[in-house]
Design a protein around this ligand. Structure first.
Ligand code: FHN
Length: 487
């Protein structure tokens, strides 16, 4: 659908319906009411670009990641079919852990493959959605802990191409769509946990305790005959891989981890390794949904959910609002990190529509205000993040950290971007700094009309014109003399 038609529709229809029409719609979709069952024909496969050459330095290697700031995480596997329910009963916890939580034997769980047929999967629509949401890279589960490969693996027949009626390789289709859209593409790969394999970590209900697998050599056998060869396949057959997202490094000794590092470096030296391999990677992954309280040096990323699960669960529609997603994105960027935000597509191959619609609202804001986010530097301040309560305690009986949410600051040499989420009646109070101010304007104002600053008792207030403000947030650009802020 062309952009003009999309924006006229957006004025007339609810956003989730616009998303449905643009990015595909599910069978009997409860969010948009559509009853479409049409399957999406597979794309014609064309050659993928070659892997990238070795970067000259670590800074060169990290350059795209530092610029990107916002990525799409996709958890998609067999678990989206039970979608949080087993034998008619809800199973508590995150959706992709259902096999573990309900202790489902391999013999039963693997039967899910025989009915997995996501005929509405449309790689082009997913990638278009990510692009329109302002996301610069996509990381998809090529194999999660359940052990099922979501690509055509020659290493194990337990994969989407060989074991399902779908008989397609969605990872190949996504790689192609990403290359077309200039979106970076990477893989989540569960290197240690594999609940399908006798030697993989995690499945104690079928195969006994993990330490016995370690001692008997079964774990190493699993690593050498499945995990390592599959990582080799992923890095050999899908074009340039921007990063590999390893996870839950159980029993991952230095030596075992190093084998993965060597493999990645030998096949795609430009491919980043996340922080959960078990040996140090190219950047730090924070805990799930954990946003640091202050700026952090180095390269890092926050993996986060849009609701309370990674894999699709039919009863979890508690989507983060666009304003919440936007705040978290700018908060993380201002502290120096990236936001890798997850969606869990359904067994039909649809990203839930309300979730899409919320992401697209953020994308529209970013279209106007991108300069404050992509490639922008950390906040030179810090007082905006929050403070420890003098009264309240957290669960460890330490003073509770109270986050402030009024504004965040990102920066470039000579420029400060104050993203204001709550504008006080008297305007925005600039934090104290010594540099002379050259110009002040709203990033959304194409004419960059200067906004005067009033100073009373050393307090500088900026009052942006109220008639043109965005309800979620507005970016005040302050151009200063000198590259760095002096306080
Ligand atoms: O166990 C996984 C979980 O299913 C999900 O993939 C998250 C994403 O960060 N990682 C693990 C838990 O931290």
């Amino acid at each position: 659908m062309n952009t003009k038609l999309k924006s006229s529709l957006a004025l007339l229809l609810p956003l989730s319906l616009v998303a449905a029409l643009t990015y595909g719609c599910s069978t009997k979709c409860t969010m948009c009411g559509s009853r479409s069952t049409a399957s999406v024909p597979p794309p014609v496969l064309t050659p993928l670009p070659p892997a990238l050459p070795a970067p000259a330095s670590q800074d060169d290697k990290m350059a795209w990641f530092r610029e990107a700031k916002f990525g799409l995480f996709i958890h998609w596997g067999l678990y989206c079919q039970p979608a949080g329910e087993w034998q008619g009963k809800p199973v508590a916890g995150i959706g992709e852990w259902i096999m573990n939580r309900a202790q489902i034997p391999v013999s039963e769980y693997s039967r899910l493959a025989t009915t997995f047929n996501p005929v509405q999967f449309d790689a082009e629509a997913w990638v278009q959605m990510a692009e329109d949401a302002g996301m610069k890279y996509i990381v998809i589960t090529s194999k999660h802990h359940e052990g099922f490969a979501m690509y055509h693996s020659l290493v194990s027949p337990y994969n989407i191409y060989d074991a399902t009626p779908f008989h397609r390789d969605p990872i190949r289709e996504l790689a192609q769509a990403c290359a077309r859209h200039g979106i970076k593409f990477g893989f989540y790969y569960s290197q240690a946990q594999d609940w399908h394999e006798p030697g993989g970590a995690g499945n104690t209900w079928d195969f006994g305790p993990d330490d016995a697998k370690d001692k008997s050599g079964a774990y190493d056998k699993y690593l050498q005959t499945k995990a390592e060869p599959q990582v080799r396949e992923l890095l050999s057959n899908y074009g340039p891989v921007c990063l590999i997202w390893f996870d839950t490094p159980r029993m991952m000794t230095k030596e075992r981890g190093q084998r993965f590092v060597d493999l990645v470096h030998s096949l795609q030296p430009a491919c980043l390794i996340d922080g959960r391999l078990g040996t140090s990677g190219d950047y730090v992954s924070t805990g799930d949904n954990v946003i640091p309280n202050a700026t952090l040096d180095g390269d890092w990323e926050v993996p986060a959910t849009m609701n309370h699960t990674w894999g699709f669960k039919k009863d979890d529609t508690d989507w983060k609002a666009p304003s919440d997603v936007l705040f978290k994105l700018v908060d993380i960027a201002s502290k120096g990190g990236n936001y890798l935000l997850n969606v869990g597509p359904t067994s039909q191959g649809i990203i839930p529509l309300e979730c899409q619609s919320n992401l697209l609202t953020v994308g529209r804001w970013l279209k106007v205000n991108h300069e404050a986010v992509y490639g922008a530097g950390r906040s030179p301040f810090g007082e905006e993040f929050g403070d420890y309560s003098t009264k309240l305690k957290d669960k460890n009986n330490k003073p509770l950290y109270l986050s402030y949410t009024d504004w965040r600051c990102t920066s470039r040499p000579g420029k400060l971007y104050f993203t204001i989420f709550k504008l006080g009646r008297d305007g925005f109070e600039l934090p104290a700094f010594k540099n002379e101010i050259k110009r002040t304007y709203l990033l959304s104002d194409a004419s960059q009309t200067d906004i005067p600053i009033t100073t009373t008792n050393n307090v500088r207030l900026v009052q942006p014109p109220r008639n043109s403000l965005n309800a979620m947030a507005n970016v005040l650009v302050v151009e200063i003399n000198g590259d760095q802020v002096e306080r």
